[in-house]
Design a protein around this ligand. Structure first.
Ligand code: NAD
Length: 471
């Protein structure tokens, strides 16, 4: 497949003035293609185009916006195979999962198109009429990571345009091609300048987040980058949505039907090879069921077919990049040296490519790096507990606070414990499920601001009160 994609600025496809950079296929470790690199001047052009487009886009009638967003969803569906193949080639996930990502992107676009933010009447009396309106912010900057690259681009773009903002998006340099293609398709529908895409790394990122024209930055990525963005954004008091790293805990209550839940736990811990912000990343299991749970998870792990995402029958792809691959190797080696038992996996497969098999680590303890740090990869540490209160304390001890889950037959007890988690989403007998109508976001060092649902849309608007004197 020829990876020949362009930047898109003011409705025009343009080559990168800063040359290009190689994008690596994680299944082979070699270059997949050259991606155009944007210059600082091209970023300025993109922001200027978004600013000019905003002058008219902000008054677009609601029905036209809905129609255009549905047309974007149609385009995504019409190019689903192409988009899925690009994702697999640059991100690594099995093609079936990439197809799910594309399908969900189209569905999310339609669901967001159908949402409304009606004017709220606060007072309607003899003396006055007071209404709360919601207005767009202006030009939005979007910065995305490499794990669910198309899905997260959609999560940033569609609420922004639904609420009549314009946008400049910068994808991760590990996975830029699918976003370049997506924005090309979007520009077949929208007026020029409404959605623009540039590429680049830290320098371009810093210019976006410090730029005086931008009114908001929506960022999904690591906590340290989120902290840098927050500092830069202070220059003109940009609004921020920061969806950062997670280290979600799951607690299995004593007496739980393990046969039923083990496959679901495996699925939510190893979703996208564990490279999911709200994957289950630490599992606490009561001592009475500890060995059985470890064995069940190991046998599911052993049944996975690891290989290139394009190959038939493969259920488990590579880690997306060398840095993440090295981190996973380091954390597992550290756990082993600290006395943990590696039940399955535990060592990289012979190259080429960044293949690491699904790994279950027993006798993991709080204090081990694998438990305390976000692994963001195909490894699950399983921690034994005796006292449920201790497990809850340990779950909440992390500075990461995106999600958490409680698994058990007693739904009432599980719900009570779930509500004691200090995190943005608490699941019962599930984990990592996100839905277009449900707000999602983190607490503590996992960031702030919400995405999805009405709350998610509100984040792209400024309130304006209209106060009419009737006397
Ligand atoms: P990252 O922070 O390294 O990179 C994310 C993006 O930020 C990339 O586009 C990168 O080019 C850009 N960037 C780098 N330096 C920048 C700077 N100084 N200014 C502006 N932008 C800059 O993160 P990553 O490695 O791509 O993603 C993995 C992390 O993202 C994990 O911690 C994961 O948990 C988190 N994540 C969170 C969510 C969520 O919804 N909370 C979702 C997915 C991933």
């Amino acid at each position: 497949m020829d990876m020949n994609y362009s930047l898109l600025i003011n409705g025009r496809k343009v080559i990168g003035e800063q040359g290009s950079f190689s994008v690596i296929n994680p299944a082979t470790g070699s270059a997949l293609g050259e991606c155009p690199a944007a210059s600082a001047g091209q970023l300025e052009e993109a922001i200027a185009a978004a600013s000019t487009a905003f002058a008219t886009w902000q008054y677009t009638p609601e029905s036209n916006i809905t129609e255009m967003m549905n047309a974007i969803a149609d385009k995504i569906e019409a190019h689903a195979d192409e988009l899925a193949r690009i994702i697999t080639l640059e991100q690594g996930k099995p093609l079936g999962l990439a197809q799910i990502e594309v399908g969900a992107s189209a569905a999310w676009t339609r669901a967001t198109a159908a949402m409304t933010l009606p004017v709220k009447t606060i007072e309607d009396s003899e003396n006055r009429l007071i209404e709360l309106h919601r207005k767009p912010l202006g030009v939005i900057g979007s910065i995305t990571p490499w794990n669910w690259p198309l899905m997260i681009a959609i999560w940033h773009i569609v609420p922004a345009i639904r609420t009549r903002n314009t946008l400049v998006i910068k994808p991760s340099s590990f996975t830029p091609f699918n976003t370049l293609r997506l924005v090309e398709l979007i520009n077949e529908v929208l007026p020029a300048g409404v959605v623009n895409v540039v590429t680049g790394e830290r320098d371009i990122g810093n210019t976006i987040t410090g730029h005086p024209t931008l009114r908001k930055v929506v960022f999904t990525g690591s906590t340290p980058t989120g902290q840098t963005i927050m500092r830069n954004a202070a220059s003109n008091l940009k609004r921020l949505t920061l969806e950062l790293g997670g280290n979600d805990a799951g607690i299995v209550l004593p007496g739980t039907d393990l046969e039923k839940i083990a496959p679901a736990i495996f699925q939510t811990a190893f979703l996208n090879m564990g490279q999911t912000c709200a994957a289950l990343k630490r599992l606490y299991v009561h001592e009475s069921q500890y060995e059985e749970m470890c064995q069940r998870l190991s046998s599911i792990a052993k049944s996975q077919v690891v290989g290139s995402g394009l190959d038939e029958g493969v259920t488990f792809g590579p880690i997306q990049n060398k840095k993440q691959f090295d981190l996973v190797c380091t954390l597992v080696d550290d756990a082993r040296e600290s006395g943990a038992r590696i039940l399955t996996g535990g060592a990289p497969l012979n190259g080429p490519g960044y293949f690491y098999p699904p790994t279950i680590v027993a006798d993991a303890r709080d204090g081990m790096r694998l438990v305390n740090e976000e692994q963001f990869g195909p490894v699950l540490p399983v921690i034994r507990y005796t006292d449920l209160e201790d497990a809850i304390t340990q779950a909440n001890a992390s500075e990461s606070a995106l999600g958490g889950s409680v698994w058990g037959n007693d739904i009432e007890l599980a719900s009570q414990i779930a509500l004691r988690f200090e995190c943005g989403t608490a699941w019962v007998n599930n984990h990592a499920e996100v839905l277009p109508h449900c707000p999602f976001g983190g607490c503590k060092m996992s960031g702030f601001g919400l995405e999805f649902g009405e709350e998610g849309l509100l984040e792209y608007t400024a309130p304006q009160l209209l106060n009419i004197n009737r006397n």
